[in-house]
Design a protein around this ligand. Structure first.
Ligand SMILES: [Zn+2]
Length: 405
């Protein structure tokens, strides 16, 4: 084997071509997130083929190994806005590569309430990006957040009122067609006229329905869940500041076990007490962490103009300065892992489950979200310092796509 490899190297040198050799498996070594044992992960043809237990003597005791993070709500990254007018495949490539650096190996680019033609146009671009040989494997599907949400201020959050509308199945099918059937998740308001039959149609067509940006009554919410809605989008956000203490959209979603909420645990969108309560009620196997990051995430602090909106990027969040409401987050999901551990005292194993295993299960991505033989080798190697995840290496489909060295 050694002779053959030497020969290939010599030949590639003579022909001046790059021939990629299989990754050296010894580089995927570390403390397994789920049981704290020291392991080396074996991979072949993009799959995990073995987990070898190693003696921890003389090994780096700081590095953990976990399945790559899966973010099902992310609006853009590093200046690339998935809902923006200038989206290109190269932009999606830039965002995807930047996400690899923070441990995200799969994500759902999220398009929010916009002009329908823009929505279709951008999904068509994302559908092409999904087929791209370099980045396509990291784009697991798409999330459409809106336009069928509450038009009421507070509940609509940063979504532009003029584009908000009632659910329209024919229109959604056209959007889904433009997306080449890539939309796996839709966020909508259950109290809107026609919402319940719309939800049934989505579920029949395999799209997961999340309730969000809504002011549904307990009855609306129950009907939506009976029709197949399974998630609550960023529970505790997308809601007015002043609500009735008994009758509000939060309790019915929290109390029904059929709902798995997503939460923005960036340390700013929810209080510590809210995060702890949601975690205690839903448990670690029924919560999903999302970043809800805006494209401004990763850019310098300051005022930005995005389309028809003025946005203020602070070190921690993005705000709409005129209405003084949150417009979105400025942190990747890797930060939410550390905040979750800090706020709830949950283990790394549980935090990773909420940021990888649970979203994989929710969307039946059976080859992702775990380190087990047969799963796709989407693996991150990282250290934890003061509840902050620092990614050292990222592998997608067995290939190293990021290394900090
Ligand atoms: Zn939202």
């Amino acid at each position: 084997m050694k002779i053959i490899i030497t020969y290939i190297f010599a030949l590639s040198f003579i022909l001046n071509v790059n021939i990629e050799l299989p990754n050296d498996n010894s580089e995927i070594e570390g403390i397994l997130y789920s049981d704290n044992g020291y392991v080396s992960i074996e991979t072949s043809s993009g799959k995990i083929t073995g987990i070898n237990r190693l003696s921890s003597e003389n090994k780096d005791q700081e590095l953990f190994i976990a399945p790559g993070l899966i973010d099902v709500q992310i609006n853009g990254y590093m200046g690339v806005d998935f809902s923006g007018p200038n989206l290109t495949i190269e932009g999606v490539r830039k965002a995807t590569k930047a996400l690899w650096k923070v441990g995200v190996t799969s994500y759902f680019p999220t398009i929010i309430t916009s002009d329908i033609e823009r929505i279709k146009q951008n999904f068509a671009i994302l559908a092409l990006a999904r087929k791209d040989p370099e980045i396509g494997k990291s784009i697991a599907g798409f999330h459409l957040e809106g336009p069928y949400i509450s038009p009421i201020q507070g509940y609509r959050g940063a979504h532009l009122e003029k584009y908000i509308k009632l659910p329209d199945w024919k229109e959604f099918r056209e959007i889904q067609k433009a997306a080449d059937n890539g939309i796996k998740l839709i966020t909508l308001a259950p109290e809107l006229e026609g919402a319940i039959s719309f939800i049934s149609n989505c579920v029949k067509s395999g799209v997961v329905v999340a309730l969000g940006h809504h002011n549904g009554s307990a009855k609306d919410i129950q009907m939506a869940i009976d029709a197949g809605a399974k998630m609550a989008t960023h529970l505790g956000n997308g809601c007015a500041n002043e609500i009735n203490r008994h009758h509000n959209p939060i309790w019915p979603q929290l109390s029904d076990d059929r709902i798995t909420p997503s939460i923005i645990a960036d340390g700013f969108h929810l209080t510590k007490e809210e995060v702890r309560s949601f975690y205690k009620v839903k448990k670690f196997n029924n919560l999903i962490l999302v970043s809800d990051a805006l494209d401004l995430a990763g850019l310098p602090v300051g005022e930005y103009t995005r389309g028809e909106r003025k946005l203020l990027l602070t070190p921690n969040v993005v705000k709409l300065p005129e209405e003084n409401v949150l417009a979105g987050a400025a942190s990747p999901i890797s930060k939410c892992v550390g905040v979750m551990m800090n706020f709830t005292q949950c283990s790394l194993k549980e935090a990773i489950q909420m940021a990888s295993t649970n979203p994989a299960n929710m969307f039946s991505m059976n080859n992702l979200g775990a380190i087990e033989p047969g799963k796709r080798a989407d693996i991150i190697q990282f250290s934890m310092k003061n509840n902050e995840m620092i990614v050292h290496k990222t592998f997608v489909d067995g290939e190293r796509v990021y290394s900090n060295k």
